[in-house]
Design a protein around this ligand. Sequence first.
Ligand code: BGC
Length: 245
Amino acid sequence: MKTLGIDIGGSALKGAPVDTATGELLAERFRIETPEVITPAAMAKGVAEIAAHFKWRGPIGIGFPGVIHGPRILTSANLHPKFIGCDGVKLFSKATGLRVALTNDAAAAALAEMKLGAGRGFEGKALILTLGTGIGSALAYRGMVIPCEFGHLPLHGKSAEHFVSAAARKRRDLSWKDWGKELGDYIHTLEAMLWPELIIIGGGISAKSDKFFRHVKPRARMVPAQMLNEAGIVGAATWAAETAR
Ligand code: BGC
């Protein structure tokens, strides 16, 4: 099936048409920078611009960085607070005139990695973490992906993502070693509760795994995501294909 995958992130939204059987992008991805926090209405305009760029008339899958229950967005830790409580499916389908399937951004990335990337063929319990502006998380077991919010595990009175996301490393000006160790402490806490057999690390930073993986020292086998930053787009497109009626 061919669907349009859109990944909404903390600093940009990007999309591309995807062949969901192979995960192949059918055109070069189109990216709109959002250096400032933008309102749901402005975001919907951006989504419509992506659809128009590809002259898209089919289904759209969107990954959003927040808790999604049905069509509704319940949280927005790193985007505009006006998203909270908003019917995302209605917002984006009204703006595009097309059928929209909405899911959490990390759950989308996890879906892509488990189907076509680093978790392909793995039937055990996997923990997928995406390290970017925040920390996205999902669990996968026997092909089933469950969206999670482990980035908000309390740490020093705040969300852990505030200290150990990729953006936090830059903001705190930490060496790869110091950040890798803090990420390790965080992952050890998750491991004590979840006992994954495989950990997949995604987000743009997964391309630099040689710089920090050795400092993390998890119990489980830990691997970088294979689809790197494309997982969000491919996963959102896959979500649309899987939930098409
Ligand atoms: C959000 C998650 C999201 C993650 C990565 C967190 O702040 O709560 O829903 O998956 O950031 O974007």
